[in-house]
Design a protein around this ligand. Structure first.
Ligand code: ASP
Length: 323
């Protein structure tokens, strides 16, 4: 009887807390530098989510480093009260294969809130590169073996995965230059300090449009429809058969966040994904807002599980590990 009363009291407290949620600003941790593609998605989403969370402020905290694993680890250990969330990308599914001592368990340490969007990547280069299309780039890369600098956002980043597969399929090893995100990597690419990079369209579309970088190809098997990118060939049609990397973003809360809070966040997320302004802004950057079942927490988790199974063998075959 006493046990039952305690359980009832705890459940009442939890639902009272959920009913009041959010009563203070909610923080979304972005595991990469400010100004980059993950950050841009998070800031756009935060602005839209706020409208569906009692107009409560949604703050972005950038915790870049180690390919996104530092930020994810911080959220895994945060208080499970709905006030610290994570917005992360495909790195959630590649980290388990890349890190021997990953400080969190992707499938056990988080509540899955739902997925946000799918974003293709582009292969871009500094404007001073003496190559303007894929064939010329291949010639230049072959002639410059041992001297090529490929920027990325660290082991586990999307740019790392894409660059890894690119090197493998080209059969050319490049020197990777890791940054805390592709925003600082882009600054160096614009300055000509690094040669090439794979990055999400959410970060590259504007730079391609204004001619500040050279764009060589897209990483999906289908060409894109975004005007600035529609002329770009796919890597698949450029000789890298089967090359297909598309980045997705999802929202996570620390494990044991009350179900009522996760449900509330999921309802707010679904509303944000139907917001015409949000959809328009995302489309302009080449991102496709999720409209399928992956917006549901269980489907989101199932999808990440499938991605872990998909990328693990490719990464292990490439022999890339960190401790
Ligand atoms: N685009 C980056 C990546 O390579 C991350 C970022 O800076 O948002 O994963």
């Amino acid at each position: 009887m006493k046990k039952l009363m305690i359980a009832v009291a705890a459940a009442t407290l939890a639902s009272a807390a959920a009913a009041a949620y959010p009563e203070k600003p909610v923080t979304i941790v972005v595991p990469f530098a400010a100004g980059g593609p993950t950050d841009k998605v998070a800031r756009d989403l935060a602005e839209t989510l706020r409208k569906h969370l009692n107009n409560q402020t949604v703050v972005i905290e950038n915790v870049g480093g180690a390919g996104g694993t530092l930020g994810a680890a911080k959220v895994a250990k945060a208080s499970p009260d709905g006030y610290t969330l994570l917005l992360h990308h495909i790195g959630m599914s590649t980290a388990p294969a890349l890190y021997r001592n990953l400080p969190f368990k992707v499938l056990e340490d988080f509540e899955y809130v739902g997925m946000v969007n799918d974003v293709p990547m582009t292969l871009i280069g500094r404007t001073s590169l003496p190559a303007s299309n894929m064939a010329e780039l291949r010639t230049w890369l072959t002639a410059n073996k041992g001297k090529i600098n490929l920027a990325n956002a660290g082991l586990g980043a999307a740019s790392h995965l894409c660059g890894l597969l690119f090197q493998q399929q080209m059969g050319i090893d490049m020197t990777t230059v890791p940054y805390k995100g592709t925003a600082p990597a882009m600054t160096d690419l614009l300055g000509g300090q690094v040669d090439i990079m794979c990055d999400q369209t959410t970060n590259t579309t504007g730079q391609i449009e204004s001619g500040k970088v050279k764009a060589f190809a897209v990483t999906t098997t289908k060409r894109l429809t975004t005007p600035a990118l529609s002329k770009l060939p796919t890597l698949d049609e450029s000789g890298l058969k089967g090359f297909n990397v598309s980045i997705w973003h999802g929202v996570y809360a620390p494990k044991n966040t009350p179900k009522a809070v996760v449900d509330q966040l999921n309802t707010a997320l679904r509303a944000a994904l139907k917001d015409p302004e949000f959809i328009k802004r995302q489309e302009a950057l080449g991102a496709v807002v999720v409209t399928d079942g992956r917006v549901a927490p269980a489907e989101h988790k199932k999808f990440v599980e499938a991605e872990i199974a998909k990328w693990g063998p490719a990464i292990k075959a490439a022999g890339q590990y960190a401790d």
